[in-house]
Design a protein. Structure first.
Length: 291
C-alpha cells in the first residue's frame, strides 16, 4: 500500500509540471545570462565498454569555462575521509544486522563467491553494508573495467585545460550521505538477499539493466521514478531534493561567468524538485538538447 501511494503521488506530481523530453543534455539560458550553460545527467558506475561520450557533449566540455561535478574526489584528503566514512559509527558491526544463522550463511556464501579475489567478509566487519554492495555489485557483473561519466568528463576537461570543480564540498557530501539505522538495515537486507538468493540476484541485475536502458534512452522521468521507488532509497528528500535546492543558487551564480557544464547524477534532473524544474522556477529557460 505504501509503495502504491508513493507511485500515485509521484505520477500526480508529474501531472502538475509536465513530462520532460527524453534527453540527458539540457541548455540553461535567459534570466540575464550572456552565454548559455548546460546540464548533463550522469551514471556513477558503468562498464567502460558501455561508456559513450557523444560529440555534442564532448564539444560542450571542451568549450566550457568550467566543468562542475557533484564533488571532486581527486584530493588525497578527500580519499582518506571517504575511506574513514565507509565504517559504521553507531557502535554496531555488520554482524549486528543479522541473526547468527543469517550471518553464518552470508559469510560462507560471500567467502565462496569472492574466493578468486582473495576477499573474505571478515575484512568488512565494521563497514557499512552500502560500501560492501558498492564493491560486490561491479564484480558480480563480470566487467573488466568499471568507470563513471564523471571520470571521463573530468579527463576530457583536463586534457583541454578546462578546470573541474565540485557543486558541493566534501563536508556537505558527507552530511548528505550519513545513513540512518533504517537505511543501514535496508542495505544489509539487500546485501543478504543478493549473496544468498539467486532469484534476488537475477531480479537485481534485471532492474539494473532496466535502469541502464532508461539512462541510455534519456528517459529521465522514468529513471527518477524507478530510483525513488527503491525500497532502500529511504532518504529521498535528503539525497535528491535537498541537494537540488542547494545547487540552484550556485548554478545561478556560476552561470553568470560564461558557459558552464554541470554534470551530476541523472536522477537529479527530473521530479518536482528536480534541477530542471527548480531552475525554471528561478526564471531560467531550460531546454532539451538532443544529441
Amino acid at each position: 500500500m505504501k509503495k502504491l501511494l508513493v507511485i500515485v503521488l509521484t505520477f500526480s506530481q508529474f501531472s502538475v509540471f509536465g513530462q520532460l523530453e527524453n534527453t540527458l543534455l539540457w541548455q540553461i539560458s535567459g534570466n540575464g545570462l550572456e552565454k548559455p550553460s548546460f546540464l548533463y545527467g550522469t551514471i556513477h558506475q558503468i562498464c567502460y565498454s558501455n561508456l559513450l561520450v557523444k560529440p555534442k557533449l564532448e564539444k560542450i566540455i571542451k568549450t566550457s569555462n568550467k566543468v562542475f561535478l557533484e564533488i571532486v574526489f581527486d584530493e588525497e584528503l578527500n580519499d582518506f575521509k571517504s575511506h574513514y566514512d565507509s565504517y559504521l559509527k553507531n557502535g554496531k558491526t555488520l554482524r549486528s544486522y543479522y541473526t547468527a544463522e543469517q550471518y553464518q550463511l552470508l559469510e560462507q556464501m560471500f567467502n565462496t563467491k569472492m574466493a578468486s579475489k582473495n576477499v573474505r567478509l571478515s575484512f568488512y566487519s565494521n563497514f557499512k553494508p552500502s560500501e560492501i554492495l558498492g564493491f560486490i555489485i561491479p564484480n558480480a557483473f563480470q566487467c573488466q573495467k568499471w568507470t563513471s561519466y564523471e571520470a571521463e568528463i573530468s579527463k576530457i576537461a583536463k586534457k583541454n585545460k578546462v578546470s573541474v570543480s565540485g557543486l558541493k564540498t566534501y563536508e556537505e557530501h558527507n552530511s548528505f550521505e550519513s545513513e540512518t539505522d533504517s537505511t543501514i538495515k535496508a542495505n544489509a537486507e539487500k546485501l543478504y538477499d543478493l549473496i544468498t538468493n539467486p532469484d534476488t540476484k537475477k531480479d537485481y541485475f534485471g532492474e539494473f539493466s532496466k535502469l541502464k536502458g532508461l539512462y541510455f534512452e534519456g528517459k529521465i522521468d522514468e529513471l527518477y521514478r524507478d530510483v525513488t521507488n527503491d525500497k532502500s532509497f529511504i532518504e529521498n528528500e535528503l539525497l535528491l531534493d535537498f541537494r537540488n535546492k542547494l545547487w540552484i543558487p550556485r548554478i545561478s551564480k556560476y552561470s553568470q561567468n560564461g558557459q558552464m557544464l554541470y554534470a551530476f547524477g541523472a536522477a537529479h534532473l527530473a521530479g518536482e524538485n528536480g534541477v530542471i524544474n527548480l531552475l525554471r522556477k528561478a526564471g531560467f529557460k531550460v531546454t532539451p538538447v538532443f544529441e
